[in-house]
Write a protein that binds this ligand. Structure first.
Ligand SMILES: [Zn+2]
Length: 220
């Protein structure tokens, strides 16, 4: 019985692969817009942060409502297909708000890495899935194994700011710094909380000789 249910769902997904990233409703294959959200959900995503959080650091949406829901379903519900829709939000934000303003072309898209153990536990790195989606639509190369996380830090929300900063120190490493040298990088992450993680990554990337590091997160 379960097998038949599974099979049917698999077949439906194959025929109509797009589900609303906000509510999970299956979308008709035509005419639902480019963001892969249904009409009612798309009207809810209005709060894009067009101004940077700080120089070189952007968040595309507010971490609330259907975006928050979709991120949760991606990370904890392991709905990988949502990375396509959420990645589209990042791509559109990049095109509309960053590309012309920033001027210089990005050489590489780099996702904020998870520690090996964490990634194995989850089965994927959500930041990497978002970066892959961006890389495909923007046609920009991706680097997902040069910046690595060598220390598994406890969940950021459970500890104090001072502890968080201490934990992050030395948590990232670059395997081949020459690969990032003189490059403009777009660092991608799913959620911006305090910025400690992306700041630490940027520090490490700059130390490796990269020219500019632009940070784009999906939601703050
Ligand atoms: Zn919806």
């Amino acid at each position: 019985m379960n097998f038949i249910k599974f099979f049917n769902r698999g077949l439906l997904n194959l025929l109509f692969p797009f589900h609303c990233a906000g509510c999970g409703e299956r979308l008709s294959p035509i005419g639902e817009g480019s963001l892969f959200f249904c009409r009612s959900c798309i009207s809810e995503i209005s709060s894009f942060h067009k101004v940077p959080i700080k120089p070189g650091t952007y968040a595309a949406c507010k971490y609330e409502g259907i975006v928050k829901e979709a991120i949760h379903r991606l990370k904890y519900g392991k709905k990988r297909f949502l990375a396509q829709s959420l990645g589209r939000i990042l791509t559109n934000f990049y095109r509309e708000n960053l590309d012309p303003e920033w001027g210089q072309r990005i050489n590489l898209i780099v996702p904020v890495p998870l520690h090996r153990a964490r990634e194995r536990e989850r089965g994927f790195n959500q930041a990497e899935l978002l970066a892959v989606a961006m890389s495909n639509t923007l046609n920009l190369p991706l680097s997902s194994n040069n910046l690595i996380r060598i220390r598994n830090t406890p969940s950021q929300t459970l500890i104090s700011k001072a502890e968080r900063l201490k934990n992050l120190k030395g948590a990232f490493r670059i395997r081949r710094p020459q690969y990032f040298s003189k490059k403009n990088l777009l660092l991608v992450d799913d959620v911006y909380t305090t910025g400690a993680t992306t700041d630490e990554c940027r520090k490490v990337l700059k130390k490796a000789g990269s020219k500019k590091v632009l940070i784009l997160t999906l939601a703050k």
